[in-house]
Design a protein around this ligand. Sequence first.
Ligand code: 5AD
Ligand code: SF4
Length: 477
Amino acid sequence: MDNKNIYRARKITEEEIKRQADCTAKVRERILSERDGGARRACCVVTYGCQQNEADGERIAGMARDMGYTITYTPEDAELIIVNTCAVRDHAEKKALSVTGGYKHLKVKNPDLKIGVCGCMVSQEKMSEKLKKSYPYVDFVFGTESIWRFPEILCRNLFTEKRGFYENTGDEVISEEMPVERKSSFSAWVSIMYGCNNFCTYCIVPYVRGRERSRRPEDIIKEVEQLVDDGYKEITLLGQNVNSYGKEYGVDFADLLSDICKIDGDYVLRFMTSHPKDVSDKLIDVIAQNPKIERHFHLPVQSGSDRMLKAMNRHYDTEKYLAAVNKIREKVPDISLSTDIIVGFPGESEEDFEATLDILRKVKYDMIFSFIYSKRDGTPAARSTEQVPDDVKTARFLRMLKVQEPIADERAARYKGQVVRVLCEGRSKNNEAMFTGRDSGMKIVLFEGDESMTGRFVDVKITEARAFGMTGVVVNK
Ligand code: 5AD
Ligand code: SF4
């Protein structure tokens, strides 16, 4: 393999690792000595956005725990709040800003409260600046590439009372040293790589998460082994484009998946996200041959128009995409397929949009995640003069949902009367009388149950199957 063009992330030096450990110890000493009526200070990490961000949030919580904080999921109870932001759409940024603004009153009540903002939104210079100027109660801001330096950043703020602003500088590292505080005791995220090299023309991710870099296979396998040992039942491997994993080491994602499947235990594996341009026959074979890998494939198509796909810089056309779908369905017939769609990309004509509806009808996805195009400053598509008016975007979006609904219903109907294995996630938030979980295909399943089922696999016979979820009866606990 020609390694010349392969980007290698910088390794964190021993000195840097030691600095984080020293800062952790220093903060810990202070936090544990500042007991307030015997209660330890609590940290709340509030995460928005994708699973990668969730995984980052759990690392931040892990570092806070090691620094002596207890972990809470209620911001009102916290003395340290970290807002872990997303930048993928305008709505996500507005939400993060308004939530951060809402914490101002908590600081008025408790001047000791520290507020930090991190993640994709503040990896953009202009947003970091905005917080500096207009959010004076925010104590520190750090971009995605500085997460591993959180102990140092917090320590500096606690001991100097100086506000700190750390934007991304391009210093992308892989840190195996970060601890983790997982929200769930049975379902775990495992980042296998960071960043993205694809530069889809609508997407901010490559600018805020940097170049693609993979963790070493042995580090990933060690983490999964430990999770299985600890009783985790569902492990989801994460990357912006998992199919291009491992270039630095001369391995690929299929190799990694098949090596992970060799780990014994009662658990299942998921992965996301795959880029259609990189789906290999080898990967499909590994999925087909390994029952540990769940029967779900998320394959974002984004548009059904070849003209739009070109303008989006996606490096595939609908023919190539449909060939990949057919191959997946041929080798793994029971697989559930989902996708992401962007409606109203600049220049999208009625004809282009019809082509997207067409691909929905052709593929018949089990689930779609659809988004109205959102202009992201700094990306090529934002500079296009052919922006689609908001009312057209919204009308198309609603039309698309109407087309997809009967398709998803039809796809769901095949489950009726079948028994599916579900990892029970606990009581349903929307329907307190029922328990919930997902089947192998990521379909939400509701059933009557009890607390003892949470975190365990149960077999459920499906009595009702609709587009947005299924209902059933537990037949075997
Ligand atoms: N506007 C709307 N949707 C977007 N996505 C990424 N960038 C944008 C944007 N600027 C969608 C894509 C991607 C998903 C995670 O978010 O569909 O697959
Ligand atoms: Fe964004 Fe495209 Fe990278 Fe996904 S593959 S993160 S859509 S640039």
